[in-house]
Design a binder for this molecule. Structure first.
Ligand code: SF4
Length: 334
């Protein structure tokens, strides 16, 4: 399998009144075609900023400072009388007009709160027709409606509900609509950013199963961003653990769960309930993530790490091959 996405040495910063916060700090990772990569870590660790960087929609005052985001463009993108040909392309070098075409058509992003992304004045059907015809004007309204019905049907929404408005749907149904809109243009990559966080666990499980089926049906590659490692256990092929904007460990899901190498990964997993081990004692991680406007010397995790040594306080660990086969940034392995 080849890589659909390769991120290299990405740096993203927020210029705040308190100083510059480096939310993504030289992250490099690859996402293979037709796989799901989970991005995990505590709130504020930079995983959403990393996800949004891919579509170049980092919220103000964020800025992509350096790096490469190479995406394998699937079909020709035409914009302003120019074109981007299929093949690996650094998205950070594309003009904004080309990115506008690429968003939705090739890379879709599902945000956490569907209400802020849906127009309360438009029916669900109209949302679909607008997005499909904007990117593909030759599609008739009838064809766009048919496509909407097919996608929504896969998500358990009956065609007769397509003329309803967003407020007439429950939170779970609205999120299904957002997922459907994300898939309306048949993207190659779907980035789902905490897509079920505000929902109850039963609806969450149903929606994640529906996403998994759609992933198969549409041959999607996916990035699933969540603080919930339990969700990734079931739905990710590989997991990247992010802390203070840095990649701490990357491994396939089974390896990460069975044999986590980084002390932060180990601590996160200690906080995940396991139905197979009802007696498991859940632990929490003492302390809080560092203030990114005042980066620490050495390993960013050292104030919370039970295995920290003097070296950890002064020297930043680089990513190396971990004994379990993934990669890890920790002095215990270098
Ligand atoms: Fe802990 Fe040191 Fe490894 Fe950082 S480098 S995780 S402080 S042992």
């Amino acid at each position: 399998m080849s890589d659909l996405l390769s991120i290299r040495d990405l740096i993203v910063e927020y210029r705040t009144r308190r100083g510059v916060a480096r939310a993504v700090d030289r992250v490099s990772l690859d996402v293979e075609e037709n796989t799901t990569l989970g991005l995990a870590g505590e709130s504020g660790c930079g995983k959403s900023t990393l996800g949004r960087s891919i579509i170049r929609l980092v919220p103000y005052p964020g800025k992509i400072v350096e790096g490469e985001i190479v995406f394998d463009v699937g079909k020709r993108i035409e914009y302003d009388g120019q074109a981007v040909e299929p093949g690996p392309t650094d998205l950070l070098k594309l003009p904004e007009e080309a990115m506008r075409r690429l968003r939705g058509e090739q890379v879709a992003y599902i945000f956490q709160d569907p209400m802020t992304s849906l127009n309360p004045m438009m029916s669900i059907k109209d949302h679909f027709v607008e997005i499909i015809r904007e990117h593909s004007p030759e599609t008739t309204e009838e064809e766009a409606t048919e496509r909407a019905a097919e996608i929504l049907g896969s998500l358990g929404i009956l065609p007769e509900r397509m003329t309803d408005y967003p407020h007439q749907f429950s939170g779970g149904m609205r999120q299904r609509v957002m997922i459907g809109l994300g898939l309306a243009l048949k993207p190659r990559l779907l980035i789902a950013d905490e897509p079920t966080t505000s929902l109850d666990v039963i609806v969450e499980a149903q929606i994640l199963d529906e996403i998994a089926k759609l992933k198969e049906k549409f041959n999607l590659t996916m990035i699933l961003i969540t603080h919930n490692l339990g969700v990734l256990a079931q739905h990710a092929d590989n997991i990247a653990i992010i802390y203070a904007g840095r990649l701490m460990e990357l491994a396939d899901t089974e390896t990460l769960f069975e044999n986590p190498q980084h002390p932060y990964s180990q601590a996160l997993l200690q906080a995940v309930p396991d139905v197979r081990k009802p007696d498991k004692k859940l632990a929490w991680i003492p302390g809080a993530p560092p203030d990114l406007t005042e980066p620490l010397p050495g390993c960013m995790y050292h104030p919370r790490c039970p295995q920290a040594t003097e070296r950890c306080r002064t020297e930043q660990p680089m990513l190396t091959k971990s004994p379990s086969g993934g990669i890890v940034a920790c002095h215990l392995y270098s």
